[in-house]
Design a protein around this ligand. Structure first.
Ligand code: IMP
Length: 409
């Protein structure tokens, strides 16, 4: 079996955690390759909700867990999640790449500081220090996991840098010793481990964080995260060859959500949007912020499918659309009176485009409890497959692990 990458196709929160958890049994290891504790991957098992920010979502399946060098690692979040697994009676089999960027308390301060400088127009970051920590890596002013584990990084230049614009700095001494204790004996070569597993005939799953439209370069810049979120980053984010990427499963909600600032062409400001937010429990898993809600945007989704080389699609939260009367998808944007379905072309002026909608039969009242989807939902899925030219192999109809339908293709 080939390796599999699970990637979000919208602005994050597509339900990747559930899909990763669903497939984890088939793989020897689950690997994080990007982002950090800004992610919030939710899994619901037997009515209990677990949220992982840093550890891969396969954590509750007792899989080998790998955190690659493309991740911005917050050691104290890691400690909390390891404690959670221990409370559940498990013990994480975890390896962190020694080249992983570390998020120190200084980067969290800088995140809040820069958001403050943006005044009325903040990015709306999660304030987890993600962007600053990648920036500080480029400036070579932040330790990596191995440097911390081995005590080989001198923080004095970083401290001098922060002192130049911050009056008070957080206590680094106690943070450093706590972080070293967590990382001790857990750092190594994640890319090499993936390749060794593959050579022994084991496959691994790469778990993406955030979504394509939050990619630092290909997303809705500057309202993006500090890292790459696209599947093509997997090889670079882990230190493995392109040939090891394997298959790419894109995950999309049947509608769209966004947290934080930035353009959102299909955003809804009406009662239907509020109902979707309530029914879909659309509140940030990391920050608790209400998510912005919009109709499914096929223009953006086509772009995401192409950028990632998506080989199959998982569609989530279809059940939420049974609670509302309307059903729409955006098929094009109107820009200065002209229609386009080319997302890249529209991107520089995304804030001013008008969505062009296609009305579809409503899911209102449809029963999604059976293995066999109702006709109206099957037709919708078929329509998306035709538009996106990719098969929908998995449909999620509820938050529980069990509410997942595998479609034969
Ligand atoms: P940062 O990643 O904390 O720098 O935040 C940058 C933008 O990405 C903000 O709009 C955040 O709300 C958004 N963001 C970061 N992580 C996630 C996520 O896991 N889900 C959804 N949005 C996210």
């Amino acid at each position: 079996m080939r390796n599999l990458c699970i990637v979000g196709l919208q602005w994050g929160d597509e339900g990747k955690g559930k899909i990763v958890d669903y497939y984890a049994d088939r793989f020897e290891a689950v690997v994080r390759y990007n982002g950090g504790s800004n992610a919030g991957h939710t899994i619901v098992i037997g009515g209990r909700t677990f949220v992982f920010h840093l550890l891969p979502s396969g954590s509750l399946k007792k899989k080998k867990l790998l955190i690659g060098p493309g991740v911005a690692l917050d050691p104290l979040t890691l400690r909390d999640e390891l404690d959670l697994i221990a409370k559940e009676g498990g013990q994480a089999d975890l390896l962190i790449d020694s080249r992983c960027t570390v998020v120190t308390p200084l980067e969290k301060e800088m995140d809040a500081f820069i958001e403050g400088l943006r005044g009325d127009n903040p990015i709306g970051t999660t304030k987890r220090g993600i962007g600053p920590s990648y920036a500080m890596r480029a400036l070579r002013l932040v330790p990596r996991a191995g440097d911390l584990d081995n005590g080989t990084f001198d923080m004095s230049s970083a401290v001098a840098f922060y002192r130049s614009f911050m009056k008070t700095l957080p206590d680094l001494e106690s943070w450093t010793s706590a972080s070293r204790r967590i990382l001790e004996g857990r750092t190594g070569d994640v890319g090499g481990t993936v390749m060794d597993l593959n050579e022994k005939g084991h496959s691994v799953m790469f778990e993406g964080a955030q979504g394509v439209l939050l990619d630092l370069v290909y997303g809705t810049y500057p309202y993006v995260t500090g890292a790459h979120t696209i599947a093509t980053y997997v090889p670079a984010g882990l230190g493995i060859p392109n040939s090891a990427l394997g298959d790419v499963m894109g995950v999309a909600k049947a509608y769209t959500t966004r947290v934080g600032g930035g353009p959102f062409p299909t955003e809804m400001f009406d009662e239907t949007g509020d109902k979707i937010r309530r029914e879909g429990k659309e509140y940030g898993a990391t920050t608790g912020r209400p998510r912005r809600i919009g109709w499914l945007d096929l223009v953006a989704l086509k772009y995401a499918v192409r950028l990632n080389g998506v080989s199959e699609l998982a569609l989530t939260k279809l059940d939420i659309l049974t609670k509302v009367r309307e059903m729409k998808v955006c098929t094009a944007y109107s820009v200065d009176g002209r229609e386009t379905s080319d997302f890249s072309k529209a991107l520089p002026r995304l804030a001013s485009v008008r969505p062009v909608y296609k009305e579809l039969p409503s899911f209102s009242g449809a029963d999604l409890k059976d293995e066999q989807l109702p006709r109206v939902v099957e037709d919708f899925v078929g329509y998306l497959e035709d538009e996106l030219r990719v098969k929908v192999t998995l449909v999620s109809t509820g938050e529980e692990r069990s509410a997942t339908i595998r479609r034969s293709i």
